[in-house]
Design a protein. Structure first.
Length: 209
């Protein structure tokens, strides 16, 4: 059964406060999204299994730890999820990166898929799906469903801001997926945006309107 983790680390909360601010510019916003992703990645990898291996130090032989043969993949949901990739790569430089392209129909608020490109051995990997915002949950649910169709069984979802409605939708649709959230906000407004949120994460990352 998957679990929901609400991040309470002071550094995460401090940085989220800055990206919420309407006065925060594109450059700083993009950098902070990446930094928050690194901090969340640290928490989301806490339960990766370790194994022993021998190491010779300048002072002699010892036994150290390494990730136990795990193959990892980072899957951003396009386009805003791209903003979290570099921060994830900081800690997981050997991870393969796939992409799932979704956009939200502004009439129905439902996700529409336009792109899906995944590592060939995706079913053998621990997968980290990333998207800064978990609003209605539609995009996250669809992306995870696509990964399951490709045989993925070990999936974690990371977001920075979430609405209760999206968390409920995601955990009900995919109860086997662990969810990591930087901040849980109050509600969705009538057009499906998170309140208080931070606006459109993709526009603020890429400087578009």
């Amino acid at each position: 059964m998957g679990k929901v983790f609400i991040m309470d680390h002071p550094l995460i909360q401090h940085k989220i406060g800055i990206i919420r601010n309407i006065e925060t510019g594109t450059k700083q916003f993009r950098e902070l999204i990446s930094e928050i992703a690194t901090l969340e990645c640290f928490e989301a990898t806490r339960d990766l299994e370790l194994e022993d291996y021998p190491v010779t130090t300048p002072m002699g032989d010892t036994v150290c730890k390494k990730i136990a043969g795990k193959k990892l993949a980072i899957i951003p949901i396009l386009r805003a999820g791209l903003g979290m990739v570099s921060g994830m790569e900081t800690l997981l430089p050997a991870a393969k990166i796939g992409h799932i392209g979704l956009y939200r129909d502004h009439e129905t608020l439902e996700p529409v898929e336009y792109y899906c490109k995944l590592p060939a051995d995706i079913e053998d990997r621990d997968v980290f799906v990333v998207d800064p915002m978990l609003a209605t949950g539609g995009s996250a649910n669809d992306a995870i469903a696509q990964l399951k169709k490709h045989g993925c069984t070990r999936i974690r979802f990371l977001c920075i801001i979430a609405a209760p409605e999206g968390v409920k939708a995601l955990t009900e649709a995919h109860p086997d997926v662990d969810v990591y959230i930087g901040a849980l906000d109050d509600h969705l407004n009538e057009i499906g945006y998170i309140v208080p949120g931070l606006g459109d994460a993709g526009d603020r990352i890429f400087g578009t309107k």
